[in-house]
Design a protein around this ligand. Structure first.
Ligand code: SF4
Length: 97
């Protein structure tokens, strides 16, 4: 399972994701994100595009190994965290993937 640290930043930057256009509050934040807890209130029924492992199994396994796909996602998570200067405790440890 992808080692998401739950920073919530991906759920606050969905503006460019066409599959989630109906989820966007208008400011890039998903309407199903509980901003107090950074948790998804529809987690069990969230769209496939929000599921790293499902997207790998359905689409990206044709292009990447699972580790490479995880690393690419982790690099994106870490970049987002760096830009938004959130606590380093959320950083994904790519060496452990
Ligand atoms: S940006 Fe990455 S670490 Fe943060 S909640 Fe999204 S998937 Fe998890």
């Amino acid at each position: 399972m992808y080692p998401c640290t739950g920073c919530g930043l991906c759920c606050k930057h969905i503006g460019s994701i066409s599959e989630l256009k109906d989820y966007d509050l208008g400011n890039g934040v998903c309407k199903y994100l509980d901003v107090l807890t950074n948790s998804c209130v529809i987690y069990d029924t969230r769209p496939d595009i929000c599921r790293v492992d499902k997207m790998f199994d359905d689409v990206y396994h044709e292009f990447f190994s699972k580790r490479d796909f995880y690393v690419k996602n982790a690099e994106a998570c870490n970049s987002l965290q760096l830009i938004h200067k959130i606590d380093k405790s959320y950083k994904l440890n790519i060496k452990e993937i």
